[in-house]
Design a protein around this ligand. Structure first.
Ligand SMILES: C[S@@+](CC[C@H](N)C(=O)[O-])C[C@H]1O[C@@H](n2cnc3c(N)ncnc32)[C@H](O)[C@@H]1O
Length: 216
């Protein structure tokens, strides 16, 4: 059996966004990804790390991280005001620790919108939505340019698993290509920490995501 894996979204439509957010709730494997990302941030050993999330969406990862670490300063970047509204609701009182930065990741000047130099840039299930390999590689290059020396990029995103017979939308591509792009951007030691919800035979659009990490 083979088919197509992909999804289309209406990121600026309130009904779509709220419906999507109510379906894509944190499940145990998604929480495992959040924990891996938090571990990477904490491994920096910084007392007050500045963390920037690319594509904050409904704020599920932001909430997970902020609930568990009281000192991180968090900057939530997205281009959807509707998703910012949902993220504020998800975060409740934790919103007070978050700077909401409106920017389009397809615009190469997005790093100029950040309030301060990040120690970590993190993202989950967002960069594949940029629609292809080149925009993701460009985001990696810009992330490298804005990160503090010794800082990290951690991208948990949908990929195309090796050995699949299925077609995947262009933003979902092989882990090896991600690692090539990270290396080309200048990052040291890019690697994949895990491939979660791995499904070769009958994948859904919510399965097959990797946790990619690289150091500036
Ligand atoms: C799946 S959601 C992220 C989920 C989030 N990481 C969480 O844990 O709740 C993807 C987000 O990426 C944002 N996004 C997609 N394309 C973008 C772009 N070009 N610039 C900025 N944000 C974008 C969408 O608006 C959406 O909020």
């Amino acid at each position: 059996m083979a088919g197509f894996v992909g999804a289309s979204h209406e990121f600026h439509d309130a009904a779509f966004v709220r419906g999507w957010a109510s379906r894509f709730v944190p499940t145990p494997p998604r929480l495992q990804l959040f924990d891996m990302i938090l571990d990477q941030i904490e491994s920096l050993g910084l007392p007050q790390a500045h963390v920037v999330e690319l594509g904050t969406g409904p704020g599920y990862m932001a909430r997970h991280i902020l609930q568990r670490n009281p000192t991180i300063s968090y900057e939530a970047l997205d281009f959807s005001e509707v998703f910012f509204d949902v993220a504020r609701e998800t975060l409740g009182a934790l919103s007070g620790r978050v700077t909401f930065t409106s920017a389009d990741l397809m615009d190469p000047s997005w790093p100029d919108r950040l309030t301060s130099r990040p120690d970590a840039i993190v993202s989950t299930w967002a960069l594949h939505d940029l629609g292809g390999q080149r925009p993701v590689a460009d985001v990696y290059a810009r992330a490298y340019s804005v990160l503090a020396k010794g800082g990290i990029l951690v991208n948990g995103d949908f990929i195309k698993p090796d050995g699949t017979l299925w077609d995947y939308e262009p933003g979902r591509f092989e882990i090896s290509r991600h690692l090539e792009f990270l290396r080309a951007a200048g990052f040291e030691n890019p690697k994949s920490l895990a491939l979660l919800e791995h499904n070769l035979t009958d994948p859904t659009a919510a399965q097959n995501y990797a946790c990619l990490v690289a150091t500036r």
